[in-house]
Design a protein around this ligand. Structure first.
Ligand code: GLU
Length: 495
C-alpha cells in the first residue's frame, strides 16, 4: 500500500440473527486484506438497532467467525486499545458528535412524530416527489427548539445535507461514484431515545478506531455519500472504500437466510463442512485466487493464508457471484482427504456425539483412513460408520440379505461357512480374513460379491460400508461372529 496510514480494517456485523455466509465472506476479505498488508483486523458489534438485536446472535457471530478461523486482533471478547467494541457501550461518543454537528450547523433537530413523517412522505409522493422527509425542520430556530423542548416533544438529529453540492467518492473496485446531494435524505443520525443510527455510529467508530479501509457489502453504496458528507462535516480523514458484490443463489437472486438454509454459516458447521473448505471456496466468490499449477490448470485447493498472500482487493468483482454448494461439497471432500487421520478422527467425534453415539477416539482413528476416501461431508461418516458404535445394529431384512442368484438356504450355508472360517482363524487381521473368505467363495462356487454382500449386511446392518475386512477387524471377532450367527438364525427361521 502506498498509503501512509497503517492498515486497520473491521468487520462490523449487526447481531440481528444467524451469521450470513455473505458476512463471513466480508469478514474474510477484511481478514485477508489485513494479513496481506500487515495490518490489524477488528471485530466491532453494531447493535444500535435495539429492536432488531437478538441476544444469542452475538455468540453465534463470534463462534461462527472463530470456526472459520478468521481471528481478530481487537474485539468485544478480547478488548483492545480502541474499545469498547460493542456500540451500545459507546453511546456517549455518538451523542457527543451528533451534538457537535448541531452546534456547527451541520445537523439539526427535528421534532416530527413517525405519524407526521408518514403523512409528509405520502404528500410528497402524491405530488410526484420522491418519498421521504422534506427537511422542514431546518428552519427551526434555537428558540423554537426551546419551546418544543418545554412541551416535552422528543426530537431526532438529522444531517443537514449541503444541497447545492455534489458528493464524489472513489470505490477501490468500482471507481468514481458521484451523486447530486439534493437526491439525498437528511438522514437521522441520532434517534429520540439517544441511540445513534448506523450512519453516524459506524463512521464515528471508524474514525475513532482509525480504520483505514472500509470493506463491506455493496448494499451500502447508496448510503456512502451520506457518510462522505459526514466525514467532510467533521473534517476527518476518510477511509478508503471497497464494496464487495452480493452473493447469488444458483437459482438466481440474492442468497437469503429466509429462503436458503445455506445462507447461514450454521448450515455448514452442522452439515459437516470443514472451515478450510468454506474459506477456500469463499475466496472465489467475488474474487479469484487465480494461480495455476505446473500443468497450467487453475489451483482449486488452497488455504486462506495462501490466498491472503496474493489478495489484491482491486481484483474484487463488480458483479455478484453464484454460490454453488455442489462445488463446495466437492471441495470439502478434497479437504477431508488432506487431513491427517488424527485430525479427521478428532473432527469426526462431535458428529458421532451429536448422533447419540459414543465413538472413542482410538476407534475413530482406525476408521478415519477408510472414511477419508469415501465421504464429502463429516456427517456422512456417521451414516457410513455409525454401526461401529451401535450395539443394536438391526438384523437386515431377509430380502436384502439374500443376494441375487442365491436361495435363502444357500445364503445361510454361505454365512455359516464364513462364520466357521472366521472363528478358526489364527488371528483377525484383514489379510488373514480375506484369504479365508476368498477361499470360502471358491469352495462354495459363488462369486465373491455374492459372498461378501450378505456378510457385510449381517455385520454392519447396511449394504454400503467402508472395506469389509478392515471394518471387521475394527469391530472385533466376537461381535462379528455374533452378528453372523444372528443372521444365520434369521435365515433358518425363513419360510
Ligand atoms: N452493521 C453493518 C452491517 O451489518 C455494517 C456495515 C459496514 O460494514 O459499514 O451490515
Amino acid at each position: 500500500m502506498s498509503d501512509s496510514r497503517p492498515v486497520r480494517v473491521r468487520f462490523a456485523p449487526s447481531p440481528t440473527g444467524d451469521l450470513h455466509i455473505g458476512g463471513v465472506r466480508t469478514a474474510q476479505f477484511n481478514w485477508m486484506f489485513a494479513r496481506r498488508h500487515g495490518g490489524k483486523f477488528i471485530l466491532r458489534i453494531e447493535d444500535t438497532d435495539q429492536k432488531r438485536t437478538q441476544e444469542h446472535s452475538l455468540s453465534g457471530i463470534i463462534d461462527g467467525l472463530r470456526w472459520a478461523g478468521l481471528h481478530w486482533d481487537e474485539g468485544p471478547d478480547i478488548g483492545g486499545p480502541y474499545g469498547p467494541y460493542i456500540q451500545s457501550e459507546r453511546l456517549a461518543h455518538y451523542q457527543y458528535w451528533a451534538n457537535w454537528l448541531v452546534e456547527h450547523g451541520k445537523a439539526y433537530r427535528a421534532y416530527e412524530t413517525p405519524e407526521e413523517l408518514e403523512l409528509i412522505s405520502a404528500a410528497r409522493k402524491a405530488n410526484g416527489l420522491p418519498p421521504g422527509y422534506d427537511r422542514r425542520a431546518r428552519s427551526l430556530t434555537p428558540e423554537d427548539w426551546a419551546r418544543l423542548d418545554a412541551q416535552g416533544k422528543p426530537y431526532v438529529i438529522r444531517l443537514k445535507v449541503p444541497l447545492e453540492e455534489e458528493t464524489v467518492f472513489e470505490d477501490m473496485v468500482r471507481g468514481i461514484i458521484r451523486v447530486r446531494n439534493e437526491t439525498l435524505q437528511d438522514a437521522v443520525l441520532l434517534k429520540a431515545d439517544g441511540f445513534p443510527t448506523y450512519h453516524l455510529a459506524h463512521m464515528v467508530d471508524d474514525h475513532l478506531m482509525e480504520i483505514s479501509h472500509v470493506i463491506r457489502a455493496e448494499e451500502w453504496i447508496p448510503s456512502t455519500p451520506l457518510h462522505v458528507i459526514l466525514y467532510q462535516a467533521f473534517g476527518w480523514e476518510m477511509p478508503k472504500f471497497c464494496h464487495v458484490p452480493v452473493i447469488l443463489h444458483p437459482s438466481g437472486g440474492k442468497i437469503s437466510k429466509r429462503k436458503h438454509p445455506e445462507a447461514s454459516i450454521s448450515y455448514f458447521i452442522k452439515g459437516g463442512y470443514l472451515p478450510e473448505a468454506v474459506t477456500n471456496f469463499l475466496c472465489n466468490v467475488g474474487w479469484n485466487y487465480g494461480k495455476t499449477d505446473e500443468k497450467g490448470e487453475e489451483i482449486q485447493v488452497f488455504t486462506k493464508e495462501e490466498a491472503a498472500e496474493v489478495f489484491d482487493i482491486t481484483r474484487v468483482t463488480q458483479t455478484g457471484t453464484k454460490f454453488d454448494v455442489v462445488k463446495l461439497k466437492w471441495l470439502n471432500g478434497e479437504w477431508i482427504r488432506r487431513l491427517s487421520d488424527e485430525d479427521l478422527a478428532r473432527r469426526l467425534q462431535p458428529f458421532f456425539q451429536a448422533a447419540g453415539l459414543n465413538a472413542p477416539y482410538e476407534i475413530l482413528l482406525k476408521v478415519a483412513p477408510l472414511l477419508k476416501e469415501r465421504i464429502k461431508l463429516l456427517t456422512e461418516a456417521v451414516e457410513m460408520a455409525g454401526f461401529l458404535f451401535r450395539d443394536d445394529v438391526p438384523t437386515p431384512e431377509l430380502s436384502a440379505l439374500i443376494p441375487k442368484g442365491l436361495t435363502a438356504e444357500q445364503t445361510r450355508a454361505a454365512l455359516q461357512l464364513a462364520h466357521d472360517a472366521l472363528a478358526a482363524l489364527p488371528d483377525f487381521e484383514c489379510a488373514t480374513q480375506e484369504a479365508a473368505l476368498r477361499h470360502g467363495a471358491e469352495q462354495l462356487g459363488i462369486k465373491t460379491g455374492q459372498f461378501f454382500s450378505p456378510i457385510r449386511l449381517a455385520v454392519t446392518g447396511q449394504s454400503v460400508s467402508p472395506p469389509l475386512f478392515e471394518i471387521m477387524a475394527i469391530i472385533g471377532r466376537e461381535k462379528v461372529l455374533a452378528r453372523l450367527a444372528r443372521a444365520i438364525a434369521a435365515l433358518q427361521a425363513a419360510p
